[in-house]
Design a protein around this ligand. Structure first.
Ligand SMILES: [Mn+2]
Length: 352
């Protein structure tokens, strides 16, 4: 149970009370998906505060919390802290300054403890239902990509392609896109995060498409680079290097691999092909309720190990300024002995 795990962690870290304000963390803990809510946990009480718009919904939805209707959760904390003899309140460090100021003004005499990733550390490990939802989000992205292959042609703008993909994913029952769809064509493909523009796609262009959707609150995130009309030898070499890096990592990954090694396997392949200086970002990230969430990877993380149940991306890229770039990104479920690739769109070099 999620709540028991959080309570155990509070005990270990000498936290008397925990204030959860991040709506995705609140959803994770309670199943509540409205726009206003605050969770306050003490050793003895699980409190969910929301305003009158949501209190009835919350009462029907959330069984293991006391529901308190209020427009001002912070002012309630003073009373609650006194009645529960609390000495400290842990809060999520992602709150904004105005919130922190109100919190600290309302709780004189109490120690405020900033926490980072308190709930997110639990969110790293997906249960079977979460995995099914992520798989569905990935399947929607796969299908949208296959449709886009038939839609992309010289004369279409990047924005038209992005709109097509976004609509297609919604048509396939996505609740929305998980981030602004990237369509970067021609030289613009050297921009790792080139959001779609009114540039027309031309014969000979590489087109990098990075996109994903939410399905029942869970995200997918996928990238493919395809070529329109033709592909030159240098681009072909770049493409095959990125693909080799992506696929080598898929073969190597399993529970127990260090975060450093996760980054190193594909990066070494790209370096050995003399493109190392053009792989300018991290190899990937976790995904779930957020499209980017912990874990993140870099080569100094030799003490962190992948564990079964994590869903992470494998997204090597090579970006040559004023020339073009390639990225291939898959979503992987880490297992004890390897991984399951959740995004299944083809990766052989595609020229349309
Ligand atoms: Mn990504």
């Amino acid at each position: 149970m999620r709540i028991e795990k959080i309570k155990a962690k509070m005990l270990t870290e000498n936290i008397d009370s925990l204030l959860i304000t991040d709506m995705k963390n609140i959803f994770y803990m309670t199943g509540f998906s409205g726009t206003a809510g605050t969770v306050f946990l003490t050793a003895n009480r699980n409190i969910f505060m929301t305003d009158s718009r949501y209190s009835e919904m919350a009462r029907g939805l959330i069984s293991d919390f006391e529901i308190i209707e209020t427009r001002d959760p912070i002012s309630l904390l003073t009373d609650l802290s006194a009645s529960e003899s609390i000495k400290n309140i842990a809060f999520e460090e992602t709150v904004d300054y105005a919130f922190f100021k109100r919190l600290s003004d309302a709780t004189p005499g109490l120690e405020l403890l900033a926490t980072s990733n308190f709930v997110l550390e639990l969110r790293q490990f997906k249960d079977d239902r979460e995995i099914d939802l992520i798989k569905k989000a990935c399947a929607i992205a796969d299908e949208a990509f296959m449709s886009a292959l038939k839609f992309i042609e010289p004369g279409r703008t990047e924005i038209e392609v992005a709109n097509f993909i976004d609509f297609k994913m919604r048509d396939l029952e996505a609740s929305g896109i998980s981030f602004e769809t990237i369509v970067a064509s021609g030289k613009r493909s050297s921009l790792p995060h080139g959001v779609a523009t009114s540039k027309m796609i031309q014969f000979g262009d590489p087109v990098t498409i990075d996109f994903g959707c939410y399905y029942e609150h869970y995200a997918s995130d996928m990238t493919r680079t395809i070529f329109v009309g033709s592909v030159d030898d240098k681009m072909r070499t770049i493409y095959e290097t990125v693909r080799k890096a992506n696929e080598a990592l898929i073969k190597e990954v399993k529970a127990g691999m260090t975060y450093a090694e996760y980054d190193k396997v594909p990066r070494t392949i790209i370096e050995e092909a003399n493109f190392g200086q053009y792989f300018t970002h991290g190899i990937g990230h976790g995904l779930g309720l957020d499209v980017h969430e912990i874990p993140y990877f870099n080569q100094s993380m030799t003490e962190n190990h992948l564990e079964a149940g994590m869903v992470i991306t494998d997204e090597p890229g090579i970006y040559i300024p004023e020339f073009g770039g390639v990225r291939i990104e898959d979503d992987l479920l880490v297992t004890e002995n390897g991984c399951e690739v959740l995004t299944k769109a083809p990766k052989e070099l595609i020229v349309i």
